[in-house]
Design a protein around this ligand. Structure first.
Ligand code: MRU
Length: 339
């Protein structure tokens, strides 16, 4: 396969490498993702994360394994294992459905390679389209609040919600970005803060619990988040903490926008209640770990509840910004996301 590089994926010498998103921003470690076991481990550990990126990494690995001589049954098995790596982000399943179709072709080796490269190129374009559409909603001198990480690290392009913010900033519309640190794994504090710094976009990092008081003070003009799955009724699963922001936004009369590519849409999922929510290890809540070290502050045997995502009901969402344009609440009610 040709050499390829995105912010956090690389194909070099016909092997896949990933930028370890758990080590950022202190360390920039490129790790091998040469086998299914390695990639699944990276996905479980969130070294590879972000809904679009998970699907792209799995697709590229399948194509590379085919090039290295894996048989059709071996690739079918690999596809099933990768599909189960993270349950909530539907981009993984959507991308792998396309790879499955390519696997059925006579010349599956070439077909898988072409499809994986197409998915990467498409994702870049989808990000640009989302950013263009979304930036039309950003008012001059805006203070925007965002959650988790939805930038170039999580996609093959400029990102989703963070791509909108970057485009709007290029147009001189952004005064400040409030970055939720995003407990428990701190994707906001570690990754979004780093990406905004690289882009020279002014930001201030906050703990998740500070968002309410900022809204009450009138210093949040809009909230922009990404999505891991959008159900047919418009409900959105995204990083835990998104739902509380949406409730707060409605109380304070602040627009709440969701930015995502159409690969995040699951038309066969009727509503948010049907979206599988990944439960994660207690250690993520009882302490914190990263390239900075690890610490545990809770009692070793503390009982923990740790869902990685929550569901924001469609009724709290002001607009779904897709690569196809801005979808309004009225359009969602009329069934635009239905099969
Ligand atoms: O657990 P993560 O870090 O993969 O969660 C990521 C999110 O919730 C993002 O908001 C979502 O995947 C969109 S990424 C463009």
């Amino acid at each position: 396969m040709q050499t390829l590089r995105t912010t956090s994926l690389e194909v070099r010498n016909n092997q896949l490498w990933i930028l370890d998103q758990q080590a950022l921003p202190q360390q920039k470690n490129w790790q091998p993702a040469h086998s299914v076991a390695q990639l699944v481990d990276h996905i479980h550990a969130l070294r590879v994360r972000g809904a679009p990126l998970i699907g792209l990494s799995a697709s590229l690995l399948l194509a590379l394994l085919a090039e290295q001589g894996a048989t059709r049954p071996e690739l079918a098995e690999a596809l099933n294992v990768l599909r189960a790596a993270r349950p909530t982000a539907v981009n993984l399943m959507n991308n792998l459905d396309r790879m499955k179709t390519a696997l059925a072709e006579h010349d599956y080796d070439a077909a898988l390679s072409a499809e994986a490269l197409r998915l990467v190129a498409e994702d870049k374009q989808l990000c640009d389209n989302i950013a263009c559409a979304g930036s039309t909603l950003v008012k001059p001198d805006s203070q925007l609040l965002t959650h988790c990480n939805t930038g170039g690290l999580a996609t093959a392009g400029v990102g989703t919600a963070l791509g909108v913010i970057a485009y709007a900033h290029q147009q001189g519309l952004v005064k400040n970005v409030w970055v939720d640190e995003t407990r428990p794994l701190l994707q906001g504090g570690r990754l979004t803060a780093w990406e905004l710094g690289e882009l020279n976009i002014p930001y201030q990092l906050i703990t998740d619990s500070m968002a309410a008081s900022l809204m009450a003070r009138g210093v949040v003009d809009a909230i922009w988040v990404g999505a891991d799955r959008i159900a047919a009724n418009g409900d959105v699963a995204n990083k835990i903490g998104t739902y509380s922001l949406a409730v707060l936004a409605q109380y304070h009369g602040i627009p709440f926008y969701v930015a995502a590519p159409h690969t995040t849409l699951d038309r066969l999922c009727p509503n948010g209640g049907a979206i599988p929510i990944e439960q994660r290890a207690a250690s993520e809540v009882t302490g914190v770990a990263g390239s900075f070290g690890s610490v545990q502050w809770a009692p070793a045997n503390a009982a923990v509840y740790n869902p990685a995502f929550d569901v924001t009901p469609a009724a709290l969402i002001s607009g779904w910004v897709l690569d196809t344009g801005v979808v309004t609440p009225a359009q969602v009610q009329e069934g635009i996301f239905q099969p």
